[in-house]
Design a protein around this ligand. Sequence first.
Ligand SMILES: *Cc1c(COP(=O)(O)O)cnc(C)c1O
Length: 411
Amino acid sequence: MSFVSHVECTICGHRHDPARLLTVCETCGQMLAVRYDLERVRASVTKDALRGRPPGMYRFRELTPLDDGEAPVTLGEGGTPLLALPRLAAHFGMTTLWAKDEGQNPTGSFKARGLGMAITRSRTLGAKGFVIPSAGNAGGAAAAYGARCGLPVAVVVPRSTPAANIAEALIAGAHVFTLEGSIATAGTVVARAAPALGWFDLSTLKEPYRLEGKKTIGLELAAELGWRMPDVLLYPTGGGTGLVGIPKGYAELKAMGWLAGALPRFFAVQADGCAPVVKAFAEGAETTAAWEHPTTHAAGLRVPSPFAGRQMLRVLRETGGGAVAVGEDAIREAQRLVARVEGIWTAPESAALVAALGVLLDRGALARDAEVVLVFTGSGLKYEPPPLAAPTDLAGTEAEVLAQVRRAVGA
Ligand SMILES: *Cc1c(COP(=O)(O)O)cnc(C)c1O
């Protein structure tokens, strides 16, 4: 028994039995979403009761699809800090800027939330193994959670995937396959391999459970800001799980009467070399079109044909937000800036948000006194660092070494 009422297609509304292991809508092939009996949730839990629970994404257990007593496959995901960024705000002449630092999750990215939830739920519903196409972090997280519960995982990634992502999947015992192309190419292999192996396909948003994990970012943000929402939220967008999941969390809390007012304006941030959502938004299109030759070193943004294009565009338009793309050098510069002024070595994907913030402020699309939250989706440690100054190598006599130190420090 959970608080789930049913699972519903986000496009045609067709209802599915939540007790079955589900993938996409059996009527129209679109993305499914879990719906809850929110009246019953409200009657069963209080904000005070939540405060007394251990931190982490299962603090909001009533708003997850877990059955009563179902033990999650967990590595302690969620419960990441919402960090004020006063020095970065000052750099941009802003008043209030926050980062939800998802790089502090197990496996170093917010993929831990989605894959932890998806593997927990699909395992309970009968999955015997998992296959996943990935741009990097999702494959690593799937491998870790598969190892955690002793089920096999196959990961298919582009050859250009960051080395740390391939290593983390291998060390967790996953079967790792690389190929020429992007996550879209990997997805076509997975679509054929999953039924052949009899393993569950964990492709982004082609099953309804990963979204419920990503949604917990929105639930945590609501609690951390004292049960209110910020004015603006910037999200580095690949497959769009958080872009669809965070507003879902907010909407559920609103329906429970725990939050009031308008949702934040959501902005999707992409790379110039792969910006299908930015293009579709600018053209007023209903969904995204496949992006030819996607290139960016922000691996998680290299998603040329996201499955949930339609759902993402709906969020951007309904919240009065937008979409912006930034260049490779701007991402690298932003990555150094955040580390230098706030001490956070964030992933290139989330550094792109900082580059985009400058663009949006310059365009007048954002007011400098707006309260803005950046979703820092991953740790920078898993990527090739941006170009940095070389360290000063010390050699020679004691006096020479001291002179070298003083010269380098400038004191
Ligand atoms: C996967 C990933 C993204 C993109 O997330 P989506 O939910 O696919 O849009 C952004 N940043 C990092 C670090 C990622 O791993």
